[in-house]
Design a protein around this ligand. Structure first.
Ligand code: ADP
Ligand code: MG
Length: 400
């Protein structure tokens, strides 16, 4: 709503990318049954529709399309969060990424089994969560800014050897999951056709066959830790003030600068060097760790109800085997999983709103370097040490 619509770009078409294999496989039918007529016939937007024929099709198309900004006013994905992730990586690998991110607006129609961004935007607009609501937001054409985190990945083959070799940089608009919560998300992919039910079935299974992961989590605490974990709207605006201006307010000169290969980050510590003294560290055995950038991580899981889409903060959460709140148990894990629907985290779920953090998976007590799963925006990445920094309001999304 903050950015409005209009201007000479209004007549450019929207690029609509449909993943025919998302969710239960009905994204194409879903598009034709409602959103298409709302966006095209009713609201008069032109569209160019591309049905993807493989994973990474959308990524490659967006990365190599000639003058993307001049061709389209926005990009709409009809899929789950995975296709948004592909499109974001594609844009960020372009030489004109800065112009694209400031000019293109992104829309999402919930056609997958994990639709966290669509749900969060519908919820924020007080609309029922369905494809027609998302289509309505796109048809209206208003944009608002969404936080994106830059993630640096290190030493993928031997994450426990510390952080020496940077492997690559990726971008996350939604979430990072490590340990059992990633096991539940990625381990349930074969049940994609069941929609969101897949997370519940796999959650029960993992609560029975639990597994703990050794690691170290280090983060930059918010200036005032006490008020940051408070839950009222008033404190939310304090969050926003603590997080400062948007990335583009700080880097307004970037729009036509093709020399800037990637965004400028200032909070990530040098790998190998000691952490800054004001950073905090939690080390030991973890049941799970995740962060979520929007309130809803899927269409049904309200994992970060205090967050807003551009609050400048990464909502970092973890369950330790031993914490100041006592020892974890299967029972507590189930209570925690059940609470994900309402957004109520039990006290033993530790919450650390932050602007930058580092995750280092460590070998188990037996010294063995068993690999687990790390997923970004619901997509599995290499099992690695990593660190990320939030970039406030980096991405434009169609919203209320
Ligand atoms: P879901 O929520 O159902 O998992 P996603 O949008 O996350 O839906 O997409 C799932 C995966 O499908 C992503 O990894 C994406 O890269 C991949 N994908 C995209 N297009 C295709 C295609 N045509 N065939 C197979 N996989 C695809
Ligand atoms: Mg946020």
């Amino acid at each position: 709503a903050a950015l409005g619509r209009g201007g000479p770009r209004e007549n450019l078409p929207l690029l609509v990318l449909i993943n025919p294999h998302a969710g239960a496989g009905s994204a194409q039918t879903m598009w034709r049954n409602g959103p298409m007529s709302i966006i095209c016939a009713d609201a008069g937007h032109n569209v160019k529709v591309v049905v993807t024929d493989r994973a990474n099709h959308a990524f490659e198309l967006v990365r190599s399309h000639e003058d993307l900004c001049a061709a389209y006013k926005g990009i709409v994905t009809v899929s789950g969060d995975g296709l948004v992730y592909e499109v974001l990586q594609g844009v960020m690998q372009r030489a004109d990424w800065a112009r694209c991110m400031q000019t293109l607006t992104f829309g999402v129609l919930p056609g997958g089994s994990g639709n966290g961004l669509a749900k969060s935007l519908n919820d924020e607009a007080s609309l029922a969560h369905c494809a027609e609501s998302s289509a309505f937001l796109i048809a209206k054409g208003n944009a608002e800014l969404l936080d994106v985190a830059a993630v640096d990945i290190y030493n993928a083959d031997h994450p426990s050897q510390g952080m020496h070799q940077k492997v690559r940089r990726i971008y996350s608009f939604l979430s990072l999951e490590w340990a059992m919560i990633a096991d539940i998300d990625i381990g349930s992919e074969y049940m994609r056709s069941l929609g969101a039910l897949r997370f519940q079935i796999e959650g029960v299974k993992r609560a029975i066959f639990t597994r703990k992961y050794s690691g170290r989590i280090s983060y930059l605490p918010c200036s005032d830790d006490e008020s940051m974990s408070a839950r009222t709207p008033k404190d939310l605006s304090d969050h926003e003030q603590a997080a400062g201006p948007s990335y583009w307010t700080e880097h307004a000169d970037l729009i036509d600068d093709l020399a800037a290969e990637s965004p400028h980050l200032n909070l990530l510590p040098e790998p190998g060097a000691p952490l800054p003294s004001h950073w905090k560290t939690a080390e030991g055995k973890f049941w799970c760790m995740w962060n979520c950038n929007v309130p809803w991580m899927t269409g049904t899981d309200l994992v970060a109800k205090d967050s807003t889409v551009a609050d400048g903060l990464i909502q970092l959460n973890f369950l330790r085997d031993e914490s100041p709140h006592g020892k974890m148990s299967r029972w507590k894990f189930v209570v925690f999983l059940l609470g994900l629907e309402t957004g109520d985290h039990p006290s033993y779920c530790e919450m650390a709103p932050t602007q930058a953090y580092r995750l280092e998976p460590l070998p188990g007590l037996d010294g063995r370097n068993r690999k687990g799963i790390i997923a970004i925006d619901g997509e599995e990445i290499e099992y690695s040490a990593l660190q990320m920094q939030n970039m406030r309001g980096f991405m434009r999304v169609y919203s209320h």
